[in-house]
Structure formats: structure tokens, C-alpha cells
Design a protein around this ligand. Structure first.
Ligand SMILES: Cc1cc2nc3c(=O)[nH]c(=O)nc-3n(C[C@H](O)[C@H](O)[C@H](O)COP(=O)(O)O)c2cc1C
Length: 171
């Protein structure tokens, strides 16, 4: 499968970046082709609500920022992995902007499977994100391949990495 991983963390040495790296290595070892977009460090504006994409734009967004690079890979992907820290019970702003901007085509063209890897300070903070994610999957008729959540101060550990490797292997 072609897998697109969206890493929503702005911290290049943070836990989400570490989880993303472990996932990529393990999924590639299983024969998948993995592209990671460092969404947290990219310039991705919020949607302008102009509806250009649903008219004259014919599914193209009127804005040209780093989302152009993401669209190119996203529309090739068979699977999308949303990896994000929890910021105030939601995705990071950068990740939310990427998800919102699925709006131009309604959904990535070929992806039928999705998964999430979430990182947080506290446990039990995922309800809002999981609800949004599941609602979107229902809307775009896609399959949830799994949701992995990690919390606390010592998340970058072998035990967690093994869970991610096992998940990647199961795909
Ligand atoms: C702006 C901001 C908001 C946060 N909000 C929450 C939150 O609502 N719940 C929580 O458990 N942790 C929250 N955290 C902690 C992060 O989710 C946690 O440190 C996470 O592991 C960071 O991921 P990273 O290591 O990939 O940067 C927040 C951190 C920041 C900077």
C-alpha cells in the first residue's frame, strides 16, 4: 500500500515525530511505501470558505501554500495515518487545517483505510478527536484500521514503539 502519514506535531524531536519514524520504518519493512508530511512545520492556511473549489476551481483550492505538496501525495495514497499531539482536546491547528482542506474534493481520492496515532500529556483526553475522526470516516465511507494512544511523560519508550511496530506489521 501507499501510506501517507500526516505528522501534526510542530516538535521535530517530540513523541509524535518519534512514533511516526518508528511507524514508517516498520511499515516499509513490511513492503509498504510510506510518505511522511511534517504538517506541524508546514505553512498550511485554514480554509477560506470561498467555495472556489466547488465552482470555477473544479476541486482545486484557490490557495497555494504547502498544502499543494500534501494534496499531491494524499491523492495517491491507499491509506492515511493521522499522527497528532492532543492540543486542547483537539488536533493541532496545523493538522486541523489539513483535515478541513480535504473539503475541495470531499476526501483523498483513493484512500480507503485510515488510522490515528495520538500523543497527549494526560489519559482520557481523546473523545473529541475520536468522535471527529469516526464521523469523517463514516462520511467518506472509509475503514478505521486502528487508533493508538500514548500519554504521560515517558512516551518515547520501547514498549510504545513495539505497539506501533506490531500495528504497522498488521496492516
Ligand atoms: C498547546 C498545547 C495544548 C495541549 N493540550 C493538551 C490537552 O488538552 N490534553 C493533554 O493531555 N495534553 C495536552 N498537551 C500536551 C501534549 O499533548 C503532549 O505533550 C504531547 O505528547 C505533545 O506531543 P509531541 O511530543 O509530539 O509534541 C498540550 C500541549 C500543548 C503545547
Amino acid at each position: 500500500m501507499k501510506i501517507m502519514v500526516l505528522n501534526g506535531s510542530p516538535r521535530v524531536n517530540g513523541s509524535t515525530s518519534a512514533f511516526t519514524k518508528v511507524f514508517k520504518e516498520a511499515a516499509e519493512a513490511s513492503g509498504h511505501e510510506v510518505t511522511v508530511a511534517p504538517v506541524g512545520g508546514m505553512k498550511i492556511n485554514g480554509c477560506l470558505g470561498c467555495e472556489f473549489c466547488h465552482g470555477q476551481g473544479q476541486s482545486k483550492c484557490i490557495q497555494h501554500d504547502d498544502m499543494d505538496q500534501i494534496y499531491a501525495h494524499l491523492n495517491e495514497a491507499d491509506m492515511v495515518v493521522i499522527a497528532s499531539p492532543v492540543y486542547y482536546w483537539g488536533f493541532t491547528g496545523q493538522m486541523q487545517s489539513v483535515i478541513t482542506r480535504f473539503y475541495n474534493t470531499g476526501k483523498p481520492a483513493n484512500a480507503t483505510k485510515y488510522a490515528m496515532i495520538l500523543s497527549s500529556g494526560s489519559p482520557g483526553v481523546y473523545d473529541g478527536i475520536v468522535s471527529q475522526y469516526k464521523s469523517i470516516l463514516r462520511y467518506i465511507n472509509a475503514e478505521d484500521a486502528g487508533i493508538l494512544t500514548f500519554w504521560g511523560d515517558d512516551k518515547q519508550c520501547e514498549e510504545n514503539y513495539e505497539k506501533i511496530r506490531a500495528f504497522a506489521k498488521s496492516l
